[in-house]
Design a binder for this molecule. Structure first.
Ligand code: SF4
Length: 234
């Protein structure tokens, strides 16, 4: 039974599931050229080496190093942010610095350590001065994220912040309208949460962030029950 049907079960159980028009690409309207086939023998070593040497977009000329991602390769939770910032670019790791510390605390609040999840970004290289990603950069980097998702096979994706959410879900809807719903990316449930860098600037929003995390927790628990039931029928 495929994940599309599992998402329909989620909806049937009262979880509001929003399916994008196109499930298998990021921002196809942005001239996305990399809907390339993923090799069945793809592996982490090959993928990480490709990213480390990537020159597909102009960000390769300004990065200190690529930021591939970190965490558990068979994680149930895939955490996706926008792009590396200065600290990440310097250290080669995603979500470090104060925002990274807050993300770690947010995960801990729902019983997860960073070692139990996989954390990456839509872009693997830092845009200069932390500007928003350009469409061509997202399009060129898209295949790497999709291959990471294929290797991990997460049960849920946390889209961290507006840019990550809008890019993954191919929408320009504001983050406030994307919260509190289950979306889908390649048939994996997606829950949108505020970016910790934003929360550091907007302390009153922390309560909403907690609600988002609880919603994500509820979603993966319900999905787990659905999976058990479906697997028991097979
Ligand atoms: S951002 Fe992505 S596509 Fe662009 S150079 Fe870095 S790894 Fe390659």
């Amino acid at each position: 039974m495929d994940n599309t049907l599992r998402l329909q079960y989620l909806e049937a159980m009262g979880i509001d599931v929003w399916l994008p028009r196109t499930l298998n690409t990021i921002a196809p309207d942005a001239g996305q050229p990399h809907a390339e086939a993923i090799a069945v023998d793809d592996n982490w070593e090959t993928l990480q080496a490709e990213v480390a040497n990537c020159t597909r977009c102009a960000l390769c000329t300004t990065r200190t190093q690529t930021v591939f991602g970190s965490g558990y390769h068979q994680a149930d939770w895939l955490v996706i942010g926008e792009a590396p910032g200065q600290n990440e670019d310097e250290q080669g790791l995603p979500f470090v610095g104060n925002a990274g510390l807050l993300l770690t605390e947010m995960l801990r609040a729902i019983g997860l350590s960073r070692e139990q999840v996989y954390i990456t970004n839509i872009l693997k290289c830092r845009p200069p001065n932390n500007r928003d990603p350009h469409a061509d950069e997202v399009a060129n980097c898209n295949a790497y994220l999709q291959r990471q998702q294929q290797l991990i096979k997460p049960k849920i994706i946390l889209a961290v912040g507006r840019i990550a959410a809008q890019t993954l879900l191919n929408t320009d809807a504001p983050l406030g309208k994307l919260r509190g719903k289950v979306h889908a990316f390649n048939n994996t449930p997606v829950v949108v949460v505020y970016h910790p860098a934003y929360l550091l600037r907007s302390l009153p929003e922390k309560r909403k962030a907690w609600q988002d995390l609880l919603f994500a927790l509820q979603t993966i628990k319900i999905k787990g029950k659905i999976d058990e039931r479906i697997d028991g029928q097979n």
